[in-house]
Design a protein around this ligand. Structure first.
Ligand code: FAD
Length: 478
């Protein structure tokens, strides 16, 4: 099959027939829906750049599994260099699309499964790794996108899965048949589920004895019978439907709630079923990989904010203001620190028994904590630099209006020689970067809530070693 072009990717999405609801209505064609299309275009960029001279050496690689060139988003890392390239590709794409390209989560699931299915088989002599490798070959040969179905609805947070009054609040196996399993539940905040060919499901949390029906991992096509995508609202979603005041004219992000209404999964697509003690390893490894991915792409998003701030400084006549230059520096150092932390997590990566390389968990989680705080700070700095029109710029419809349009353009003009239309476009982009809830909230909760990162850091850090070092200097131990 080979590495797809963007057009081939769009054709492959057009072939799928998922069940989709948005704003109370069924969506028959995801590609013809401008809201969803903007998200699918962002994933399309991962195909597009594979054929662009500037990026192709970065995103194309070789898969020893199928002995063919593949897009990196289908290759679990096989070296430290692969771990490093994950970050570089994500930064380049974060900069290219200015939002979420939605393809990293699928790779994070593949990378996790390539390690954990091997470990489960070693313990139980099961067939999960073989199932996984067949699935991986299919993903690589057809250059497909996977979505990460990790976050369950979770119900009452003080109770575990099997203690919930409604047993389906965590996705579970409700039936085992000779040909496969039937699953029921919901996965929420599913970034790009309709940009994906496959939904890859992993458990959302550590599990214990008694939770066996929840210890399940598998993959199914995004249009599998019984699967329902309900597209969530986000702050600027109607802009794409209306077709004006969009900001980012090329790309966007959407996150459906995904309902598994008794969905059948054949055994050959099952990667874990009942091995409760491996649920925590799945979650730990997925979240570490995903937190590392975030750092790369969000550094790329900050790059777009910096470009927006600098352009508007030129357009507003503030390019010489030294306090604004200082604020740009504050943005740049935040992007670079985030990037540096993810790169460090990669350089400290190690080979796992399955042959896949795994990052340094403490560094990956440290980068995500940094992201959660510093992205908000970068938005604040960008808004400070560019001014108040991020909040209340008149609509394109008013700017085009025969009576008030010319008046608005007169008063929105700034530096001589800069077309007023360009200034307006940049403010719209600044608004999208600062106010799009699907992006801004993912900086905080994407890949797990901030406390989850902190707990992981605590668990993964050798505190005793730090104590010993201090005690040695104080003459308490040798
Ligand atoms: C834009 C966006 C995109 C996302 N994309 C994806 C995706 O593609 N795939 C996917 O699977 N998930 C995705 N997520 C989900 C994300 O991983 C979750 O939002 C995150 O794990 C937090 O879960 P929650 O939203 O249910 O919040 P909660 O788990 O309810 O957490 C809310 C707060 O309560 C605290 N809390 C919760 N339970 C407890 C407890 N028992 N004890 C003490 N404190 C507790 C948390 O620490 C947090 O501070 C996305 C989220 C967002 C916002």
């Amino acid at each position: 099959m080979g590495v797809k072009t963007k057009e081939e990717y769009l054709d492959s999405i057009a072939q799928m027939k998922p069940t989709v609801y948005m704003f109370g209505q069924k969506v028959e064609s995801v590609l013809d829906n401008p809201r969803l299309r903007a998200g699918i275009e962002a994933t399309g960029a991962t195909y597009e750049i594979a054929h662009l001279e500037e990026y192709k050496d970065m995103i194309l690689t070789h898969s020893p599994l199928i002995n063919e060139p593949v897009n990196r988003f289908t290759l679990p890392p096989l070296s430290v260099e692969d771990l490093v390239m994950r970050v570089k590709v994500n930064r380049a794409l974060g900069n290219y699309v200015g939002t979420c390209h939605q393809r990293c989560t699928g790779l994070d699931c593949l990378s996790t499964l390539s390690i954990v299915t091997y470990n489960i088989d070693k313990r139980y002599n099961t067939n999960y790794h073989k199932n996984f490798l067949e699935f991986l070959k299919y993903m690589q040969k057809n250059d497909l996108v996977g979505n990460a179905g990790v976050t369950d609805a979770k119900g009452d947070r003080s109770k575990g899965p099997s203690q919930q009054e409604d047993k389906d609040l965590y996705l579970r196996v409700v039936e085992k048949r000779s040909e496969g399993i039937v699953v029921r539940g919901a996965k929420v905040h599913q970034t790009g589920s309709l940009s994906s060919h496959e939904i890859i499901v992993l458990p959302t949390r550590a599990l214990r004895k008694g939770d066996e029906e929840y210890a399940v991992a598998f993959a199914i096509p995004s249009d599998a019978p019984g699967l329902i995508h309900v597209v969530g609202r986000s702050s600027l979603d109607k802009r794409e439907i209306e077709g004006f005041d969009i900001g980012n004219l090329r790309y966007s992000k959407y996150c459906p709630t995904l309902i598994f209404n008794d969905v059948f999964v054949p055994w050959e697509r099952v990667f874990m079923c009942g091995e409760v003690e491996f649920a925590s390893e799945m979650v730990l490894r997925f979240s570490a990989f995903h937190r590392q991915s975030h750092g790369g792409c969000k550094a790329g998003n900050i790059d777009v904010m910096i470009g927006t701030a600098l352009t508007l400084m030129d357009y507003n006549g503030t390019a010489g203001a030294s306090h604004l230059k200082q604020k740009v520096i504050d943005m740049v150092h935040r992007a670079e620190t985030l990037y540096g932390c993810c790169l460090a997590a990669s350089y400290e990566g190690k080979r796992e028994p399955s042959g896949t390389y795994y990052i340094n968990t403490a560094l990956a989680n440290a980068s995500k904590i940094h992201e959660g705080k510093e992205l908000v700070e970068c938005i604040r700095l960008m808004v400070d630099i560019v001014g108040g029109f991020v909040a209340d710029l008149p609509s394109d419809k008013d700017l085009e209006h025969p009576e008030i349009g010319p008046l608005l353009k007169k008063y929105l003009k700034a530096v001589d020689g800069i077309p007023v239309e360009n200034r307006i476009r940049m403010y719209r982009l600044a608004e999208k970067l600062a106010m799009e809830s699907a992006d801004v909230i993912s900086d905080i909760h994407g890949g797990g809530s901030p406390e989850a990162h902190r707990i992981t850091i605590l668990r993964e850090t050798d505190l005793e070693k730090k104590k010993r070092a201090a005690q040695r200097l104080a003459g308490i131990v040798e």
